[in-house]
Design a protein around this ligand. Sequence first.
Ligand code: FAD
Length: 303
Amino acid sequence: MTTLVHEALSATAAIRATLVARPGGGFLVAPVARGGTFSREQLSEEQQLLTNSIRDFWRSSVIPRLDEIEHKKKVEVDGKEQPLAIVLLRQLAELGALGVDIPAAHGGLDLDKTTSMLLSETLGGCASMGATVGAHIGIGTLPIVFFGNDAQKAKYLPRLLTAELVSCYALTEPNNGSDALGGRTNAALSADGTHYVLAGEKIFITNGSWADIAIVFARHDGGPYSAFIVDLHSPGVTRGVEERKMGIRGSSTCGLTFADVKVRARTSSATSATPRGSRSTSSTSAGSSSASATSGTRNMPSI
Ligand SMILES: Cc1cc2nc3c(=O)[nH]c(=O)nc-3n(C[C@H](O)[C@H](O)[C@H](O)COP(=O)(O)OP(=O)(O)OC[C@H]3O[C@@H](n4cnc5c(N)ncnc54)[C@H](O)[C@@H]3O)c2cc1C
């Protein structure tokens, strides 16, 4: 037994070393370390406590409302109508569920991938909410965790982990799905270098209807692909109609069109992305673009 535990711990250490050596999604392509078999009994007390509380919430607050979620019901909160899915997302945030992959320096729990996996497993009982939460904490947040600069992390991560801001990820275009890097959305740097002008169309975006910010992929002045954090309340952003899907109907899937949307070229740590109906706390005017570019690779200087 001691040998098995020792082997499992060595395997965990080897996986951790791999993650450090290959950040971002590198663990997907890294060779699997040799080691003992991991079983649920080896989960830490912290992992069990967190996932048990999330599972209890899921069973008591989400599963009984599956039908309402599938019909994208809206509920009134503080006198405003909000999608039930987003209200539940914010309740989930109160349990710490949205901060599992966020560094402690920005208020997150900074836990391991096993805990992330346990969280995803727990969300499985309601696929629509799973998609909503997954798009927010995964593809909508991790690009900032992995590739954002310090100012971008400081500005967005604390508000993403409470779901004050809801995020999405906009890569797919009408002519580019599997061929993801063939997209045509363009980001042209202004003559004075202060902002980019984003033009293009994205489709099938999970959380598209209710997200406040989007990680948008675009060609950097017609050249290489990069990613931009875009305030979806900016002038020039249009959300398409909801797709009528065969399943996960309670998740939002729609297009986003960017018609010369101004995206600031640098992020200041002052907050300015504005959730619908709230006021901006920054010096920029409410509704103007608060976004800035994230680097496409870890070593690329932030723009
Ligand atoms: C519910 C839902 C949510 C989504 N959410 C998001 C989101 O949040 N953000 C986002 O950016 N995108 C999102 N997408 C888009 C999704 O990533 C794309 O649908 C996916 O990349 C496939 O692209 P496509 O639909 O254009 O299919 P296509 O690329 O046209 O592929 C069609 C078929 O052809 C096959 N095929 C494609 N290329 C080849 C090839 N070279 N050789 C052999 N076979 C090939 C594919 O396997 C597939 O079976 C979402 C899609 C759905 C349905």
